[in-house]
Design a binder for this molecule. Sequence first.
Ligand SMILES: CCC(=O)SCCNC(=O)CCNC(=O)[C@H](O)C(C)(C)COP(=O)(O)OP(=O)(O)OC[C@H]1O[C@@H](n2cnc3c(N)ncnc32)[C@H](O)[C@@H]1OP(=O)(O)O
Length: 253
Amino acid sequence: MEKYAVRMDASGIVWFTINRPDKRNAIDYDVMDGLEKTIEEVSINNNAKALVITGSGDQAFCAGGDLGVFHDLRSKFQAYDMLSRMGAILYSLLCLPKPTIALINGTCIGGGAELATACDFRISSSTSKIGFVQGKLGITTGWGGATMLLEKMKYDHAMEMLMTATILTPEKAKQIGYVHKVVEPEKLFEECNSYLVPYLSLSTQVLSAYKMVAVRKWDVTFKERMFSEIERCSYLWELDEHHHAVDAFLQGK
Ligand SMILES: CCC(=O)SCCNC(=O)CCNC(=O)[C@H](O)C(C)(C)COP(=O)(O)OP(=O)(O)OC[C@H]1O[C@@H](n2cnc3c(N)ncnc32)[C@H](O)[C@@H]1OP(=O)(O)O
């Protein structure tokens, strides 16, 4: 059985499914390879408009790193090799210039929550369990999850999630701004498709431009970010799509 599946549908949504339900979709080196390859392909394929990451089965989205495999890593050097590689993969997911969704179909804990945090939006089934449980194993978020969480959520809510290592219901996770939508398990895919409709109605260039505004935030100063946003809009301004749309408006079409 393949450990992950990738398919692109007719509307340009790429679905990446971790396929290890018997291990609660834990991430091992093969899943890391698959994620790395898929993120790279989605970033360069003009037909790919969005990326959805989910898990197979109805038990788990992802139970984090494969503890059976990664427990062989004993020294800090060995740990750093694995953690920094997955950190780089999640950074590329964070910065992917297309909308990304974590479709949380069940347990989403430890590194699974870090994976979900790297996505733009999180849609959860009402039966999921969500938490940064790393603290209970005597470690912290080793894939960069806390840094991403603190960028995306209110400070106190993020710190509460991290520093209590508790498992939240999807409703609670929504209340504090981690999850964007909670849906019945049987409606998960349908609701994810509906959620993406307004995004898919815009051009990939526009979506990428907004994503780049967010991405720039993480590696340059505020002023540079503003002017990069302005430069990007100037570029889009000169393209036919913009001129045709304004022509149509002015001509009352
Ligand atoms: C990189 C750093 C990190 O990610 S640190 C966080 C690592 N993750 C964890 O601590 C979660 C460990 N797993 C659990 O707490 C439970 O298995 C959860 C996910 C809550 C599911 O519970 P439950 O539905 O009762 O299933 P179960 O415990 O019987 O597990 C079923 C089989 O899946 C496996 N499994 C589960 N999680 C992992 C994991 N992270 N790595 C490797 N294997 C995992 C279990 O060992 C079990 O396997 P088996 O059927 O005994 O062969």
